[in-house]
Design a protein around this ligand. Sequence first.
Ligand SMILES: Cc1cc2nc3c(=O)[nH]c(=O)nc-3n(C[C@H](O)[C@H](O)[C@H](O)COP(=O)(O)O)c2cc1C
Length: 372
Amino acid sequence: MTASTNPSSPANPSIQPTYDVTRSYDENYDDGPFWSGAFPQPPAGKPQYRFLDFPVYSPVGVPAGPLLNARWIETYARLGFDLPVYKTVRSLERACHPTPNCLFLKDVGTLTPERLHERLVATPESPAAVADISITNSFGMPSKQPETWQADMERARAAMGPGQVFIASCVGTPGTGTGIAGLADDFARTATMAKEAGAQVVEINLSCPNVTSGEGSIYTDPEASARIVRETARALGDTPLMVKVGFYGRPEKLAGVVRAVAPHVRGVAGINTLSFEVVDERGQQALPGEGRLRSGVCGAAIRECGLSQARDLVALKRREKYDFATVGVGGIMTPADIDAYLATGVDAVMSATGAMWDPSLAHAWRTLHNIN
Ligand SMILES: Cc1cc2nc3c(=O)[nH]c(=O)nc-3n(C[C@H](O)[C@H](O)[C@H](O)COP(=O)(O)O)c2cc1C
Protein backbone atom coordinates (compact mmCIF):
# COMPACT_ATOMS: atom_id res chain seq x y z
CA MET A 1 0.00 0.00 0.00
CA THR A 2 1.42 3.38 -0.94
CA ALA A 3 1.85 5.65 2.06
CA SER A 4 1.96 8.92 0.14
CA THR A 5 -0.60 11.55 -0.54
CA ASN A 6 -1.70 12.49 -3.98
CA PRO A 7 0.22 15.50 -5.29
CA SER A 8 -2.75 16.38 -7.49
CA SER A 9 -4.89 17.19 -4.43
CA PRO A 10 -6.91 20.25 -5.33
CA ALA A 11 -6.87 23.66 -3.64
CA ASN A 12 -8.94 22.39 -0.74
CA PRO A 13 -6.34 20.37 1.23
CA SER A 14 -9.00 18.37 3.01
CA ILE A 15 -9.83 16.68 -0.32
CA GLN A 16 -7.38 13.81 -0.77
CA PRO A 17 -8.18 11.79 -3.90
CA THR A 18 -6.68 8.30 -4.03
CA TYR A 19 -6.39 8.31 -7.85
CA ASP A 20 -3.93 10.85 -9.28
CA VAL A 21 -5.59 12.20 -12.42
CA THR A 22 -2.35 13.88 -13.55
CA ARG A 23 -0.57 10.52 -13.82
CA SER A 24 -1.11 7.70 -16.29
CA TYR A 25 -3.36 4.73 -15.66
CA ASP A 26 -0.24 2.50 -15.45
CA GLU A 27 1.32 4.72 -12.79
CA ASN A 28 -1.88 4.63 -10.78
CA TYR A 29 -1.98 0.84 -11.26
CA ASP A 30 1.65 0.40 -10.14
CA ASP A 31 1.91 3.03 -7.39
CA GLY A 32 -1.64 3.73 -6.15
CA PRO A 33 -3.79 4.09 -4.27
CA PHE A 34 -2.39 7.41 -3.06
CA TRP A 35 -3.68 7.37 0.42
CA SER A 36 -2.14 7.50 3.84
CA GLY A 37 -4.03 7.46 7.05
CA ALA A 38 -5.30 5.14 9.72
CA PHE A 39 -7.83 2.51 8.72
CA PRO A 40 -11.00 2.45 10.79
CA GLN A 41 -11.55 -0.53 13.09
CA PRO A 42 -13.72 -3.21 11.47
CA PRO A 43 -17.15 -3.45 13.14
CA ALA A 44 -17.22 -5.65 16.24
CA GLY A 45 -20.73 -7.13 15.92
CA LYS A 46 -22.32 -9.44 13.40
CA PRO A 47 -23.14 -8.18 9.89
CA GLN A 48 -26.76 -7.00 9.85
CA TYR A 49 -27.29 -6.60 6.10
CA ARG A 50 -27.44 -9.14 3.29
CA PHE A 51 -26.41 -8.86 -0.32
CA LEU A 52 -27.52 -11.85 -2.41
CA ASP A 53 -26.66 -14.80 -0.13
CA PHE A 54 -23.88 -13.00 1.71
CA PRO A 55 -24.00 -11.28 5.12
CA VAL A 56 -22.45 -7.79 4.86
CA TYR A 57 -21.72 -5.01 7.35
CA SER A 58 -23.09 -2.38 4.98
CA PRO A 59 -24.77 -2.35 1.56
CA VAL A 60 -22.12 0.07 0.30
CA GLY A 61 -19.46 -0.57 -2.33
CA VAL A 62 -17.35 0.81 -5.15
CA PRO A 63 -18.53 -0.07 -8.69
CA ALA A 64 -16.22 -1.26 -11.44
CA GLY A 65 -13.60 1.37 -12.26
CA PRO A 66 -11.63 3.01 -9.48
CA LEU A 67 -10.31 -0.24 -7.96
CA LEU A 68 -7.55 -1.15 -10.41
CA ASN A 69 -6.03 -4.17 -8.70
CA ALA A 70 -5.71 -6.07 -5.41
CA ARG A 71 -3.97 -3.21 -3.59
CA TRP A 72 -6.87 -0.88 -4.44
CA ILE A 73 -9.43 -3.53 -3.47
CA GLU A 74 -7.70 -4.15 -0.14
CA THR A 75 -7.43 -0.44 0.69
CA TYR A 76 -11.11 0.24 -0.03
CA ALA A 77 -12.27 -2.92 1.77
CA ARG A 78 -10.30 -1.83 4.83
CA LEU A 79 -11.83 1.65 4.51
CA GLY A 80 -15.26 0.04 4.92
CA PHE A 81 -16.52 -0.38 1.34
CA ASP A 82 -18.01 -3.84 1.85
CA LEU A 83 -18.89 -4.50 -1.81
CA PRO A 84 -15.73 -3.65 -3.78
CA VAL A 85 -15.78 -4.41 -7.52
CA TYR A 86 -12.52 -5.17 -9.37
CA LYS A 87 -12.21 -2.95 -12.47
CA THR A 88 -13.53 -4.59 -15.65
CA VAL A 89 -11.19 -7.19 -17.18
CA ARG A 90 -11.04 -8.86 -20.60
CA SER A 91 -9.92 -12.22 -22.03
CA LEU A 92 -6.93 -10.48 -23.63
CA GLU A 93 -4.51 -7.67 -22.86
CA ARG A 94 -5.65 -4.18 -23.86
CA ALA A 95 -3.76 -0.88 -23.39
CA CYS A 96 -5.39 2.14 -21.77
CA HIS A 97 -6.31 5.30 -23.69
CA PRO A 98 -3.72 8.09 -23.38
CA THR A 99 -3.45 10.31 -20.29
CA PRO A 100 -5.38 12.28 -19.14
CA ASN A 101 -8.16 9.81 -18.44
CA CYS A 102 -10.20 12.01 -16.10
CA LEU A 103 -11.06 15.73 -16.31
CA PHE A 104 -13.30 17.82 -14.06
CA LEU A 105 -16.42 19.35 -15.59
CA LYS A 106 -17.08 23.05 -15.21
CA ASP A 107 -20.42 24.32 -13.88
CA VAL A 108 -22.21 21.31 -15.30
CA GLY A 109 -25.15 21.36 -12.87
CA THR A 110 -27.65 18.51 -12.95
CA LEU A 111 -27.84 16.45 -16.14
CA THR A 112 -31.27 15.38 -17.36
CA PRO A 113 -32.36 13.38 -20.45
CA GLU A 114 -33.20 16.68 -22.22
CA ARG A 115 -29.53 17.73 -21.95
CA LEU A 116 -27.98 14.63 -23.59
CA HIS A 117 -27.17 16.55 -26.81
CA GLU A 118 -25.19 19.31 -25.01
CA ARG A 119 -21.43 19.82 -25.20
CA LEU A 120 -19.92 19.95 -21.74
CA VAL A 121 -16.83 21.95 -20.75
CA ALA A 122 -13.86 20.35 -19.00
CA THR A 123 -11.43 22.09 -16.69
CA PRO A 124 -8.27 20.99 -14.85
CA GLU A 125 -9.53 22.76 -11.70
CA SER A 126 -11.26 20.75 -9.03
CA PRO A 127 -14.36 22.12 -7.30
CA ALA A 128 -13.71 23.00 -3.65
CA ALA A 129 -16.21 20.45 -2.28
CA VAL A 130 -16.43 16.71 -3.03
CA ALA A 131 -20.23 17.02 -3.26
CA ASP A 132 -19.80 19.21 -6.36
CA ILE A 133 -17.35 17.02 -8.31
CA SER A 134 -18.38 15.77 -11.74
CA ILE A 135 -15.84 14.35 -14.15
CA THR A 136 -15.53 12.83 -17.56
CA ASN A 137 -13.53 9.64 -17.83
CA SER A 138 -12.12 7.70 -20.75
CA PHE A 139 -9.98 4.61 -20.21
CA GLY A 140 -11.16 2.24 -22.97
CA MET A 141 -11.48 -0.60 -20.46
CA PRO A 142 -7.80 -1.58 -20.37
CA SER A 143 -6.92 -5.08 -19.22
CA LYS A 144 -3.86 -7.04 -18.18
CA GLN A 145 -3.58 -10.50 -19.69
CA PRO A 146 -5.73 -13.08 -17.88
CA GLU A 147 -2.83 -14.86 -16.09
CA THR A 148 -1.87 -11.53 -14.51
CA TRP A 149 -5.35 -10.43 -13.42
CA GLN A 150 -6.30 -13.92 -12.24
CA ALA A 151 -3.28 -14.11 -9.90
CA ASP A 152 -4.08 -10.58 -8.71
CA MET A 153 -7.78 -11.36 -8.15
CA GLU A 154 -6.74 -14.24 -5.88
CA ARG A 155 -4.88 -11.70 -3.73
CA ALA A 156 -7.91 -9.38 -3.78
CA ARG A 157 -10.24 -12.14 -2.64
CA ALA A 158 -7.83 -13.05 0.19
CA ALA A 159 -7.94 -9.41 1.39
CA MET A 160 -11.70 -9.46 2.08
CA GLY A 161 -12.70 -9.20 5.72
CA PRO A 162 -15.81 -10.67 7.33
CA GLY A 163 -19.04 -9.06 6.12
CA GLN A 164 -17.52 -8.21 2.73
CA VAL A 165 -17.99 -9.64 -0.78
CA PHE A 166 -15.45 -9.68 -3.59
CA ILE A 167 -17.07 -8.83 -6.94
CA ALA A 168 -15.28 -8.93 -10.32
CA SER A 169 -16.39 -7.07 -13.44
CA CYS A 170 -15.86 -8.57 -16.91
CA VAL A 171 -16.56 -7.58 -20.48
CA GLY A 172 -16.47 -9.42 -23.80
CA THR A 173 -14.27 -8.07 -26.58
CA PRO A 174 -15.67 -7.72 -30.12
CA GLY A 175 -13.52 -9.55 -32.66
CA THR A 176 -12.56 -12.45 -30.38
CA GLY A 177 -15.22 -14.50 -32.20
CA THR A 178 -17.86 -13.95 -34.85
CA GLY A 179 -20.97 -11.85 -34.27
CA ILE A 180 -23.06 -11.94 -31.15
CA ALA A 181 -22.39 -15.67 -30.60
CA GLY A 182 -18.64 -15.02 -30.52
CA LEU A 183 -19.08 -12.06 -28.20
CA ALA A 184 -21.31 -14.07 -25.84
CA ASP A 185 -18.66 -16.83 -25.75
CA ASP A 186 -16.02 -14.29 -24.82
CA PHE A 187 -18.18 -12.84 -22.02
CA ALA A 188 -18.75 -16.37 -20.68
CA ARG A 189 -15.05 -17.31 -20.94
CA THR A 190 -13.92 -14.15 -19.14
CA ALA A 191 -16.54 -14.55 -16.40
CA THR A 192 -15.44 -18.16 -15.86
CA MET A 193 -11.82 -17.05 -15.44
CA ALA A 194 -12.92 -14.47 -12.85
CA LYS A 195 -14.88 -17.12 -10.98
CA GLU A 196 -11.84 -19.43 -11.00
CA ALA A 197 -9.75 -16.56 -9.60
CA GLY A 198 -12.05 -16.22 -6.59
CA ALA A 199 -14.84 -13.81 -7.52
CA GLN A 200 -17.81 -14.42 -5.23
CA VAL A 201 -20.08 -12.51 -7.62
CA VAL A 202 -19.36 -11.75 -11.28
CA GLU A 203 -20.72 -8.58 -12.88
CA ILE A 204 -20.75 -8.14 -16.64
CA ASN A 205 -20.56 -4.70 -18.14
CA LEU A 206 -23.16 -4.39 -20.91
CA SER A 207 -22.14 -0.79 -21.70
CA CYS A 208 -20.02 -1.94 -24.60
CA PRO A 209 -20.45 -1.56 -28.37
CA ASN A 210 -23.17 -3.63 -30.03
CA VAL A 211 -21.43 -5.87 -32.58
CA THR A 212 -24.72 -6.94 -34.16
CA SER A 213 -26.19 -3.56 -35.00
CA GLY A 214 -22.85 -1.72 -35.23
CA GLU A 215 -24.32 1.14 -33.21
CA GLY A 216 -25.34 1.83 -29.64
CA SER A 217 -24.52 -0.27 -26.60
CA ILE A 218 -25.45 -3.85 -25.82
CA TYR A 219 -27.47 -2.80 -22.75
CA THR A 220 -30.09 -1.12 -24.97
CA ASP A 221 -30.63 -4.29 -27.04
CA PRO A 222 -32.85 -6.88 -25.29
CA GLU A 223 -31.94 -9.78 -27.61
CA ALA A 224 -28.18 -9.28 -27.55
CA SER A 225 -28.24 -8.72 -23.78
CA ALA A 226 -30.29 -11.89 -23.21
CA ARG A 227 -27.97 -13.97 -25.37
CA ILE A 228 -24.87 -12.81 -23.49
CA VAL A 229 -26.44 -13.13 -20.08
CA ARG A 230 -27.81 -16.62 -20.78
CA GLU A 231 -24.42 -17.95 -21.95
CA THR A 232 -22.56 -16.31 -19.09
CA ALA A 233 -24.99 -17.52 -16.40
CA ARG A 234 -24.76 -21.05 -17.76
CA ALA A 235 -20.95 -20.93 -17.63
CA LEU A 236 -20.93 -19.53 -14.09
CA GLY A 237 -23.20 -22.20 -12.60
CA ASP A 238 -23.97 -21.29 -9.00
CA THR A 239 -21.76 -18.19 -8.87
CA PRO A 240 -24.18 -15.22 -8.94
CA LEU A 241 -24.20 -13.09 -12.09
CA MET A 242 -24.99 -9.36 -12.04
CA VAL A 243 -25.45 -7.12 -15.05
CA LYS A 244 -24.33 -3.52 -15.14
CA VAL A 245 -26.48 -1.34 -17.39
CA GLY A 246 -26.39 2.26 -18.50
CA PHE A 247 -29.04 4.97 -18.33
CA TYR A 248 -32.20 4.30 -20.36
CA GLY A 249 -34.05 7.57 -19.88
CA ARG A 250 -37.38 5.80 -20.44
CA PRO A 251 -38.84 3.21 -18.02
CA GLU A 252 -40.26 1.08 -20.85
CA LYS A 253 -36.80 0.65 -22.41
CA LEU A 254 -35.41 -0.46 -19.05
CA ALA A 255 -38.36 -2.84 -18.65
CA GLY A 256 -37.79 -4.45 -22.07
CA VAL A 257 -34.17 -5.33 -21.36
CA VAL A 258 -34.79 -6.37 -17.76
CA ARG A 259 -37.57 -8.72 -18.93
CA ALA A 260 -35.10 -10.34 -21.34
CA VAL A 261 -32.30 -10.85 -18.80
CA ALA A 262 -34.30 -11.46 -15.58
CA PRO A 263 -34.44 -15.28 -15.91
CA HIS A 264 -30.63 -15.46 -15.84
CA VAL A 265 -29.35 -12.79 -13.46
CA ARG A 266 -29.10 -12.47 -9.68
CA GLY A 267 -28.47 -8.72 -9.74
CA VAL A 268 -29.00 -5.59 -11.83
CA ALA A 269 -26.67 -2.60 -11.26
CA GLY A 270 -26.75 0.84 -12.84
CA ILE A 271 -26.14 3.39 -14.01
CA ASN A 272 -22.89 3.53 -15.93
CA THR A 273 -21.47 6.87 -17.11
CA LEU A 274 -23.54 9.07 -19.46
CA SER A 275 -22.01 9.72 -22.88
CA PHE A 276 -21.37 13.39 -23.76
CA GLU A 277 -19.24 15.48 -26.09
CA VAL A 278 -16.68 17.26 -23.93
CA VAL A 279 -14.61 20.30 -24.98
CA ASP A 280 -12.07 22.50 -23.22
CA GLU A 281 -12.62 26.16 -22.35
CA ARG A 282 -11.57 27.19 -25.91
CA GLY A 283 -14.14 24.83 -27.45
CA GLN A 284 -11.56 22.22 -28.61
CA GLN A 285 -11.91 18.48 -27.97
CA ALA A 286 -10.87 18.07 -24.34
CA LEU A 287 -9.40 14.54 -24.29
CA PRO A 288 -6.60 13.89 -26.79
CA GLY A 289 -6.91 11.28 -29.55
CA GLU A 290 -9.28 9.90 -32.14
CA GLY A 291 -12.78 8.99 -31.01
CA ARG A 292 -12.45 10.82 -27.71
CA LEU A 293 -14.67 13.84 -28.33
CA ARG A 294 -17.34 11.74 -26.61
CA SER A 295 -16.60 10.32 -23.20
CA GLY A 296 -18.36 9.08 -20.08
CA VAL A 297 -19.66 11.54 -17.50
CA CYS A 298 -20.04 10.61 -13.85
CA GLY A 299 -20.18 12.11 -10.37
CA ALA A 300 -22.63 14.64 -8.89
CA ALA A 301 -24.11 15.71 -12.26
CA ILE A 302 -25.62 12.27 -12.99
CA ARG A 303 -27.21 11.64 -9.58
CA GLU A 304 -30.74 12.58 -10.64
CA CYS A 305 -30.52 10.22 -13.63
CA GLY A 306 -29.19 7.41 -11.41
CA LEU A 307 -31.84 7.96 -8.77
CA SER A 308 -34.69 8.02 -11.30
CA GLN A 309 -33.49 4.76 -12.84
CA ALA A 310 -33.14 3.22 -9.35
CA ARG A 311 -36.79 4.16 -8.65
CA ASP A 312 -37.90 2.72 -12.01
CA LEU A 313 -35.96 -0.51 -11.42
CA VAL A 314 -37.38 -1.04 -7.93
CA ALA A 315 -40.94 -0.34 -9.15
CA LEU A 316 -40.47 -2.77 -12.05
CA LYS A 317 -39.05 -5.45 -9.78
CA ARG A 318 -42.02 -5.16 -7.40
CA ARG A 319 -44.58 -5.11 -10.22
CA GLU A 320 -43.11 -8.13 -12.03
CA LYS A 321 -42.08 -9.96 -8.83
CA TYR A 322 -38.49 -10.36 -9.98
CA ASP A 323 -36.17 -11.74 -7.32
CA PHE A 324 -32.84 -10.25 -8.40
CA ALA A 325 -30.91 -7.80 -6.21
CA THR A 326 -30.77 -4.15 -7.26
CA VAL A 327 -27.71 -1.89 -7.01
CA GLY A 328 -27.95 1.88 -7.32
CA VAL A 329 -24.97 3.70 -8.88
CA GLY A 330 -24.46 7.27 -10.09
CA GLY A 331 -23.49 10.49 -8.35
CA ILE A 332 -23.19 9.19 -4.79
CA MET A 333 -20.85 11.74 -3.21
CA THR A 334 -22.01 11.97 0.45
CA PRO A 335 -23.61 9.77 3.15
CA ALA A 336 -26.91 11.62 2.47
CA ASP A 337 -26.72 10.47 -1.17
CA ILE A 338 -26.30 6.87 0.01
CA ASP A 339 -29.45 7.24 2.12
CA ALA A 340 -31.36 8.84 -0.77
CA TYR A 341 -30.56 5.83 -2.96
CA LEU A 342 -31.40 3.29 -0.23
CA ALA A 343 -34.73 5.10 0.25
CA THR A 344 -35.66 4.11 -3.33
CA GLY A 345 -35.61 0.47 -2.17
CA VAL A 346 -32.40 -0.70 -3.86
CA ASP A 347 -30.55 -3.48 -2.03
CA ALA A 348 -27.11 -1.87 -2.29
CA VAL A 349 -25.36 1.27 -3.52
CA MET A 350 -21.95 1.94 -5.03
CA SER A 351 -19.92 5.12 -5.44
CA ALA A 352 -17.09 5.54 -7.97
CA THR A 353 -16.29 9.26 -8.30
CA GLY A 354 -17.33 9.99 -4.70
CA ALA A 355 -15.17 7.16 -3.34
CA MET A 356 -12.14 8.33 -5.38
CA TRP A 357 -12.27 11.85 -3.95
CA ASP A 358 -13.57 10.91 -0.49
CA PRO A 359 -12.26 7.50 0.59
CA SER A 360 -13.84 8.02 4.04
CA LEU A 361 -17.36 7.97 2.55
CA ALA A 362 -18.28 4.39 3.54
CA HIS A 363 -16.96 4.75 7.07
CA ALA A 364 -18.81 8.06 7.49
CA TRP A 365 -22.05 6.30 6.48
CA ARG A 366 -21.35 3.37 8.83
CA THR A 367 -20.71 5.82 11.68
CA LEU A 368 -23.99 7.68 11.04
CA HIS A 369 -25.82 4.35 11.17
CA ASN A 370 -23.98 3.09 14.27
CA ILE A 371 -22.28 0.22 12.49
CA ASN A 372 -19.13 0.02 14.58
C1 LIG B 1 -12.28 6.15 -13.08
C2 LIG B 1 -13.49 5.36 -13.52
C3 LIG B 1 -13.33 4.19 -14.23
C4 LIG B 1 -14.46 3.44 -14.60
N1 LIG B 1 -14.30 2.22 -15.23
C5 LIG B 1 -15.37 1.40 -15.39
C6 LIG B 1 -15.20 0.05 -15.84
O1 LIG B 1 -14.08 -0.42 -16.09
N2 LIG B 1 -16.32 -0.72 -15.97
C7 LIG B 1 -17.58 -0.26 -15.67
O2 LIG B 1 -18.56 -1.02 -15.76
N3 LIG B 1 -17.76 1.02 -15.24
C8 LIG B 1 -16.70 1.84 -15.09
N4 LIG B 1 -16.87 3.10 -14.59
C9 LIG B 1 -18.25 3.59 -14.32
C10 LIG B 1 -18.63 3.44 -12.84
O3 LIG B 1 -18.70 2.09 -12.45
C11 LIG B 1 -20.00 4.08 -12.56
O4 LIG B 1 -21.00 3.38 -13.24
C12 LIG B 1 -20.08 5.56 -12.96
O5 LIG B 1 -18.85 6.19 -12.71
C13 LIG B 1 -21.19 6.28 -12.20
O6 LIG B 1 -20.92 6.30 -10.83
P1 LIG B 1 -20.31 7.60 -10.07
O7 LIG B 1 -21.19 8.75 -10.43
O8 LIG B 1 -20.33 7.22 -8.63
O9 LIG B 1 -18.92 7.79 -10.59
C14 LIG B 1 -15.75 3.90 -14.25
C15 LIG B 1 -15.89 5.11 -13.56
C16 LIG B 1 -14.78 5.84 -13.19
C17 LIG B 1 -14.98 7.11 -12.41
